[in-house]
Design a protein around this ligand. Structure first.
Ligand code: NOJ
Length: 742
């Protein structure tokens, strides 16, 4: 049995490389013939530089020694051209002069910080998302990097999980399109261009399904759930040509993903024929010991390399263990060669063998910073990411001529909080970043008086600032409040059991509301928060996430009507923490939900409304849209036939604006219970007042297919509902059709 495994494994290497270009293969093979075992294993070893250090980058002399001796293949967290050049020079002192790969995290930008990925997903604007990744990739490469550890494509249904901020939300369809857009953005036209960086789809896989939303926690799920919900964005990234995959920290069905042959060897490198690099997450090779999956470093190295993890990030376990495992015959040399080859191929593709310093250009580094077009793009996506949750009596947009406006809350004057987690490079020249206060000041007329009071801190218990805030509210015609999470309350290792608006901020909202003044609340956060009182009382609410360096201007654009908000939630907002996990594409149960009366045989909670506070796909506009004239090209289609779904959308309000027209299906009877609704298409359109646009959706077989019990991707014959609407809960048009047997 064991023998058979090795035969299949080795057969799969030969197969996967048969398709590489002949010249790349030759150059790599020639080089590999010259490499010692130690040098080969060096390619699988990735160190971190001193995090964000300016100089010297690597203080640990042994790391430098390792670089000089060809025992390091890649480094992460080295800041800037000067430092990457310095280390590359060390690599050029090694026997074979194999260049280093430099990688870093640019989750939502480097110097120019874009909205957090969850916010960008709310834009549903794939072009803008791709552009944001393009700019982050350009900046990263101009800082001397070849590789970014993005996009993060984990589906997340639990807002308690801190890393929900890093991904595109809960939906596999939207998540897949965004994954592909980001990959294309980072990688540009082609690898080898000096502004293109290798992208990484992470964290492979199902990291977002950590039980209880506790970071790094166990994941246990059925394989159809894995294939239908969690794998699609990874597949989309692979199809878009992503260069690398990163293992996740979690175990999946009892096996840590870094040592999971089924995931990496069988699915990724096998079924999907992925040719790029698989990198562990930071220390995730060694974590398998703590998981209790392997006894020691030797077991960890063995398990990871067999599973298909090519690079060991920061653990040094490969470096220490693999040489003797090969020498003792515990792993075949071919296994090492397979991993080395994947890495060298990319170094060739990047052109590093021709010029190891081609990304290290001081001029380019200087010029990329503060590029006005890039700043414009950051503002553009920042305003598109804002979601208008409530707007009673059209309180928004505000006139720019209001006499006195009170600006209240701990986020109004803060710059750091706008940037959010994973934005560590910003202090370089923070003076360039304007606050929300400044953004508003720049927008209003010269006659408008702005009064400011912080009111309280983000996360403490003091109400001593309330009196001043109430006082300025009373003197003003309208109050704008800005509250939310501190920049480090969502992110890695930032899971929270309580996702209310932190501290006494909601108390402050109540106190200001009690003045009777019209109040607008902006909520800045890295995740959906629970804020029922505010949602039920305050007339106007904008969800402003963490929008990055251009937050101040973008928020002012929306508040004062220079941009009509178009964001739609990419994740469900719960009513209470006890309602989590809650997501729109859940399966039907055998029982009806609770309604007003408590009865037996009801699903849901007897003490809570069944629907979420704000559903997936939800977001208002200053204008209104009418949906009409739904028409299907046929009422029955044969397998392989495309169904055309046609409709009209009209802007029936006063403002020009954008609408995200969403198409959902429901597969009514299937061999596995299907979700009550699944997003299968959408279009974001711009309409002037009174304008009507014709919309055409094409429903292909792929959109009707799912992974069945045997993990076959099938479209099963039968009835399907088509639902078109402005959110997953606001379905305006409805129809159905039948998929025939043949
Ligand atoms: C750990 C994180 O999980 C991963 O997303 C990141 O890319 C690495 N650290 C490197 O910083």
């Amino acid at each position: 049995m064991k023998k058979l495994f090795w035969i299949l494994l080795l057969f799969s290497f030969n197969q996967s490389f048969a398709q590489l270009s002949a010249s790349d293969n030759k150059r790599v093979e020639n080089l590999m013939k010259k490499m010692t075992l130690e040098e080969k294993i060096g390619q699988l070893n990735q160190y971190t530089g001193n995090f964000l250090a300016d100089t010297p980058v690597i203080t640990a002399e042994f790391k430098n020694e390792d670089i000089r001796n060809g025992r390091v293949g890649a480094i992460l967290n080295v800041k800037g051209v000067k430092n990457t050049r310095g280390l590359q020079e060390l690599a050029m002192q090694s026997r074979l002069k194999i260049p280093l790969l430099f990688g870093n995290d640019v989750l939502h930008g480097l110097h120019l910080i874009f909205p957090i990925p969850l916010a960008e997903a709310a834009s549903w604007d794939l072009k803008a998302i791709q552009k944001s990744a393009r700019i982050a990739g350009t900046e990263s490469s101009a800082y001397g990097n070849h590789w970014v550890f993005e996009p993060m494509v984990d589906i997340a249904r639990d807002p308690r999980w801190g890393r929900v901020m890093e991904g595109a939300g809960e939906d596999p369809y939207l998540g897949s399109l965004i994954a592909a857009a980001r990959v294309k953005g980072f990688q540009g036209e082609k690898l080898g261009d000096t502004d293109a960086v290798m992208a990484t789809a992470k964290h492979f896989v199902a990291y977002g399904a950590a039980i209880g939303g506790r970071d790094y926690n166990t994941v246990d799920m059925s394989l159809p759930e894995l294939w239908n919900i969690y794998l699609p964005p990874f597949k989309a990234a692979a199809d878009a040509g992503v260069t690398a995959f990163m293992n996740s920290f979690n175990s999946l069905n009892g096996i840590p993903t870094t040592g999971n042959k089924y995931l990496v060897r069988e699915i990724l490198k096998g079924k999907w024929n992925f040719k790029g690099i698989v990198v562990s997450d930071w220390g995730s090779v060694g974590d398998m010991i703590a998981h209790g999956y392997v006894k020691d470093d030797e077991g960890a190295a063995l398990s990871a390399i067999i599973a298909g993890c090519d690079i060991d990030m920061e653990d040094q376990i490969y470096k220490k263990q693999l040489p003797k495992l090969v020498e003792e015959g515990k792993i075949p040399m071919k296994l090492i060669d397979e991993a080395v080859k994947r890495i060298l191929i990319k170094k060739f593709e990047l052109g590093l063998f021709d010029d190891p310093f081609r990304f290290a250009n001081n001029e380019r580094e200087k010029n990329v910073i503060n590029n006005p077009d890039n700043i414009k793009a950051a503002r553009d996506i920042a305003k598109k990411s804002i979601v208008l949750l409530k707007n009673e009596n059209q309180l928004l947009p505000l006139s720019k001529d209001i006499k006195t406006i009170a600006l209240i809350g701990p986020h109004i004057k803060s710059v750091r909080e706008n940037l959010g987690f994973w934005s560590t490079w910003w202090p370089d020249d923070s003076a360039r970043i304007i606050s929300q206060y400044q953004g508003i000041k720049n927008k209003v007329s010269a006659n408008t008086r702005l009064l400011y009071a912080k009111g309280c801190e983000v996360n403490d218990t003091s109400t001593s600032g309330f009196a001043e805030a109430i006082n300025i509210a009373k003197q003003s015609a309208v109050v704008i409040m800005s509250v939310g999470e501190q920049f480090d309350m969502s992110g890695e290792s930032r899971s929270r059991s309580d996702i209310d608006i932190p501290g006494v901020q909601e108390e402050l909202i109540k106190a200001i509301y009690a003045t009777g003044k019209p109040v607008i609340v902006m909520i800045n956060a890295g995740r959906p928060l629970v804020f029922n009182w505010t949602a039920d009382h305050v007339p106007a609410i904008l969800y402003t996430w963490w929008l990055g360096t251009e937050a101040g201007g973008a928020i002012a654009d929306v508040l004062f009507g220079d941009y009509n908000p178009s964001g739609k939630l990419p994740i469900t907002f719960p009513r209470s923490i006890g309602q989590i996990p809650i997501y729109y594409n859940h399966q039907s149960t055998g029982k009806p939900p609770y309604n007003d009366s408590v009865a037996y045989y009801r699903t849901g909670y007897m003490d809570l409304m069944q629907n979420p506070k704000f559903p997936f796909g939800y977001g208002l506009s200053y204008t209104q849209f009418k949906y009409s004239d739904l028409e299907l090209s046929k009422s029955k289609i044969k397998p392989g036939e495309i169904l055309h779904v046609k409709l009209n959308v009209t802007n029936s309000g006063k403002y020009a604006g954008e609408e995200v027209v969403q198409l959902y299906i429901h597969d009514k009877v299937a061999s596995l219970v299907r979700p009550i609704k699944e997003l299968k298409d959408f279009q974001k359109i711009f309409l002037n007042p009174g304008e009507t646009k014709f919309i055409l959706f094409n429903i292909t077989k792929e959109k009707l297919s799912f992974y069945n019990e045997k993990l076959e991707f099938v479209a099963e014959p039968g009835d399907f509902d088509i639902m078109i609407g402005s959110s997953s809960a606001d379905i305006r048009l409805h129809s159905s059709f039948e998929l025939l047997n043949q």
